[in-house]
Write a protein that binds this ligand. Structure first.
Ligand SMILES: *Cc1c(COP(=O)(O)O)cnc(C)c1O
Length: 492
């Protein structure tokens, strides 16, 4: 059985299911597997779900039963709109796109969250507990988390988004999900304000315990684990793992590309892992200078990568340090307080040996979308286009290069239309998204108000849980409780 250790070395090691519920470790670190297992026997004819179960099993063994895990994996990948789950598209000589956008919310976060939601429900069912997932979103995480958790037992979810600052498609994907255990809250403020509210709630032991808070943001190990699978799948499909391939990964929080590093450790023949960033290029600057330094976030055409502190990078630092939790804690404390810290040269050498990085401006992103549309008749979303641009720039002859496609173009129609003149339509199953009724509560940027509404919401969820025939209809109960707690309810 694999245990998980915190990157800051102080929190007690935990089993898989405990890290799932814990999110952040109590010492502020991130949980990482103590052992990295070797790949099992695989065969390119296997389905995505079969490969997924075999690749992930050693990470969860001893913590979740095999039969239950099998069922959850199969169920998690059934809603995907392609039999391959993550179809591989050839873009040119030795250039491929692995399309990760076929899940219910049209972005790669579905691949991990569809499974994580099921595992959380299963684990809480076993323990007889309940949890309130609390998340802030700038767009994609919120809808993927809501879609993964809506109508699940033992779980409710509250998602904060900055009022008027997410795209219409993104907001509607969150606020039109009609489930009794989902609360959408629009905060009068920025994404950073939303994130600060969530952090403040987790740092307040009374709220954390009282509301039984749980997290599904990208620091959750379960997400990193589930993303390892598609690196394995790409390598199997391209050359049955017979020769190294490289990956270009549109990067924000470093979760996706970190999964590639774990895949390589498990034995997938990977040559380079390329961190592709937009103008918010904290990682690219680090690769160039060896120093981590933050700047203010500047909005870009690829908003899901508008991040200046890439949380999951901490896991790589921990590995590069030889798993020296005290050294990692000291380095990150300095980084948080001064916004700038040099990384020990030995660590940086190890990291540079496996990763490359490059940034792409908004202008070049638009040019890349236009080029791919012209040459191949294919529409790319702006995040994926950053990946394909870097993939071409850094390609090495003879080494297949795979760009991870992180979103469907219909999620970012304005940028795509600006680049190509073509407005990508939503897939049929979402075509009436704009006719559906939206429900969200509006709050000022104030933790006490939000927490009070969450407590009232948790009480209605408990009252309307499945099998309780006395409960009023979900819409009614949510409305009345929120109305009582000072929020401003919107239905439209
Ligand atoms: C979240 C997201 C990313 C960034 O992924 P990380 O794991 O945070 O690096 C890139 N593209 C899209 C479309 C996303 O939603």
């Amino acid at each position: 059985m694999i245990n998980y250790e915190s990157t800051r070395g102080e929190a007690p090691p935990l089993a898989f299911a405990d890290t799932l519920l814990a999110g952040l470790a109590t010492d502020g670190g991130l949980y990482c597997p103590v052992e990295i297992p070797e790949l099992p026997e695989l065969d390119p004819e296997m389905s995505y779900a079969e490969i997924a179960e075999l690749v992930m099993w050693p990470f969860v063994e001893g913590s979740i039963e095999r039969e239950a895990f099998h069922t959850m994996v199969v169920d998690a990948y059934r809603p995907f709109r392609d039999d391959a789950v993550t179809p591989l598209v050839e873009l040119g000589a030795n250039q491929y796109l692995l399309d990760l956008s076929k899940g219910p919310t049209l972005a790669f976060k579905d691949v991990a969250l569809q499974l994580v939601g099921r595992m959380l429900e299963h684990e809480l069912g076993n323990r007889g507990g309940e949890a309130m997932v609390f998340a802030a979103t700038s767009g994609d995480t919120g809808s993927a988390a809501i879609e993964a958790l809506a109508n699940r037992n033992h779980l409710a979810i509250t998602v904060l988004h900055p009022l008027g600052r997410v795209s219409d498609v993104q907001r509607k994907q969150m606020t039109t999900v009609d489930a009794p255990n989902v609360m959408n809250a629009a905060v009068n403020g920025t994404f950073d304000d939303c994130q600060d509210l969530v952090k403040a709630a987790f740092n307040d032991p009374e709220l954390r315990e009282g509301l039984r808070l749980a997290a599904v943001n990208s620091i959750n190990w379960g997400r990193v684990m589930a993303q390892i699978v598609y690196y394995v799948v790409a390598s199997l499909r391209i050359n049955n793992m017979s020769a190294p391939i490289s990956f270009s990964v549109p990067t924000g929080n470093f979760g996706n590309v970190l999964s590639g590093w774990y895949a390589k450790r498990m034995g997938v023949p990977i040559d380079r892992l390329i961190v592709a960033s937009n103008r918010n290029d904290v990682l690219t600057r680090y690769f160039e200078t060896g120093t981590l330094s933050t700047r203010d976030v500047a909005p870009s055409l690829s908003p899901s990568m508008d991040i200046q502190v890439s949380s999951n990078f901490e896991r790589l630092l921990w590995e590069a340090s030889g798993r020296d939790g005290a050294a990692v804690a000291a380095l990150l404390t300095e980084f948080r307080s001064s916004g700038r810290t040099p990384v020990p040269q030995g660590w940086t050498e190890l990291i540079r040996a496996e990763f490359d990085a490059a940034r792409v401006s908004d202008e070049d992103t638009l040019a890349e979308i236009a080029r791919v549309h012209n040459d191949l008749g294919l529409l790319l979303d702006p995040h994926t286009a950053i990946g394909t641009r870097v993939a071409r720039d850094l390609a090495q002859s003879g080494v297949p290069m795979v760009t991870l496609g992180t979103a469907d173009p219909a999620k970012f129609p304005d940028a795509v239309e600006q680049a190509t003149g073509v407005r990508p339509p939503l897939p049929a199953f979402l075509s009436e998204l704009f006719d559906r009724t939206e429900q969200f509560v509006e709050f000022d940027n104030d933790l006490a108000t939000v927490a009070e509404a969450m407590a009232a919401f948790a009480a209605t969820v408990a009252a309307s849980s499945p099998g309780d025939s006395a409960a009023s209809s979900p819409g009614d109960s949510a409305d009345s409780s929120l109305g009582d707690s000072g929020g401003n309810t919107h239905t439209r």
